[in-house]
Design a protein. Structure first.
Ligand code: ZN
Length: 294
């Protein structure tokens, strides 16, 4: 029987998967289109992306449910599909995860600010997160991932919602930027404070995904700050494929397999226990990382 995710990440390094959005775009998703709709209408394509990450050696497969809250789906006129599309998201990932892997139920930002900057109260947001997480759990998630967080208060509500809905482990990752040599979220929170808030709320695994203008070297430095702040909790880092570059078609990422492989080793040596990828990463890059990690 497979070990649980917490034990596995305490006892070794676990490879998580990489970007979903760009993989769906490669299969025809257009910019601005709702990627979650594909869980219902292009399920074979979503499942194929999961399968390609699983064949690359990724043991943690992340559901195609970023933006799957009622508040985000409403932007696509699809607020009525929260339960259906999140349940499908988890079941599609479930089909490709083997006996030694886990389905990570993905929850992203709700898309606005909490009070007092915005109109959303913590109670309203908790209900929104609960609705999504209940469906991810019903579809077969093994853990809940509250990701790309900027506001620790939002992350805390996400953890609270997940813990209220199920006993599954909860992973929280923030997106950081670096200014004046210090890593902070867009809301200005330091890595230590962001991680501390998530852990205090009951998060089991903490770390970073994505980020603004971070180089691969920056992610290593950030990893050190996160590991230092996380205490006994396993740390996860999902870097982008290098710093973003701007081309004729917009932003792109061009780190090579060798660069990502070297980054994976350096993240492991910095004490990171779950290593994956964010923007610009692909099954090929994750395979290079997994090969390096052995
Ligand atoms: Zn990203």
């Amino acid at each position: 029987m497979k070990s649980d995710l917490l034990s596995a990440s305490r006892n070794g390094v676990v490879l998580c998967d990489g970007a979903m959005g760009t993989q769906l775009m490669a299969r025809g998703l257009t910019p601005g289109e709702c990627g979650m709709r594909w869980n219902a209408e292009r399920a074979g394509d979503v499942e194929a992306v999961h399968a390609s990450y699983a064949s690359a050696g990724c043991r943690l497969i992340t559901t195609n449910s970023f933006g799957g809250t009622r508040s985000m789906l409403a932007r696509h006129g699809a607020a009525d599909h929260v339960a259906e599309w999140n349940r499908l998201a988890a079941s599609l990932a479930r089909r490709t995860v083997g006996s030694d892997g886990w389905v990570l139920g993905d929850v992203g930002p709700f898309g606005d600010f909490l009070e007092p900057l915005g109109d959303m109260t913590e109670g309203e947001l908790e209900a929104i997160f609960r609705e999504q997480i209940e469906a991810l759990v019903a579809g077969g998630a093994d853990a809940i991932l509250v990701e790309t967080m900027s506001d620790p208060a939002e992350a805390v509500v996400g953890v609270r919602a997940a813990k209220a809905v199920s006993p599954l482990p909860v992973v929280v990752t923030y997106a950081f930027q670096k200014s004046g040599g210090i890593f902070r979220t867009m809301m200005g929170t330091s890595a230590a404070d962001a991680v501390g808030a998530a852990l205090e709320a009951g998060a089991d695994i903490v770390g970073a995904n994505c980020g603004t203008d971070l180089s691969l070297d920056d992610y290593i430095e950030l990893a050190g700050a996160l590991v230092g702040a996380a205490g006994d909790a396993p740390v996860v880092v999902q870097p982008n494929a290098g710093a973003p570059k701007t081309g004729a078609d917009g932003i792109y990422y061009d780190a090579t397999g060798d660069e990502m492989a070297a980054t994976a080793i350096r993240l492991r040596d910095a004490g990171v226990r779950i290593i994956g990828g964010c923007c610009g990463t692909s099954p090929a890059l994750l395979a290079a990382m997994g090969k390096a990690l052995g």
